[in-house]
Design a protein. Sequence first.
Length: 202
Amino acid sequence: MAEDQKDTLLRPSLPDDVVAGAREHFGDPAGYRVAMPADMLPDGLFGETWFIFNGTHLGVMARVNGSPPVLLNRRAIEDVGELNVVPGLSSAVIEATRGGIRERLLRVSHTRQKDFGDAIRLINTWIKDKAWKPELLDNRRTACLRCGRPLPDTMTVCPHCMDKKQMIRKVLAFLKPYKLEVSLLFVYMIANTLVGLVNPYL
């Protein structure tokens, strides 16, 4: 990948109001190593957010309901053990993990997942070695290291090697507040199936 392509991926042009807001929390934008736009708000709705990393701090800014960009979170890099991209059914979550404690920082759609996966890989290298290595982008993975199958364009995790039990647990966690509704839905489906089977004999 050419240097200008790497810069466009990691530090595309930011809107003026984002630059003004980010300057207060992350310093001079010229020093940003990553300033990437995302397309989802923390609640899972589509919206404008920006993931910013300046070498000492990382954080997220968002524009909510047309308001000027506000800071959602900001963490010193020494307080971040490791960053991970956790794929979901319709989006992926960027999480910080330290001492076994996971903290959700940002949500992105599958369209942006691969680009954010590359940026997270660079930041994790920085956390570990204090070395910024954009040359890692020259070898963007196109195949799973475990099974060798081609990776979908929008994914950094192989769907064949993904932990299916973990995915099911995540889905069930989302459904937990709706236990009654889901139970009634299953009862209705079973009753509907039984009625369909019995109907020819009535």
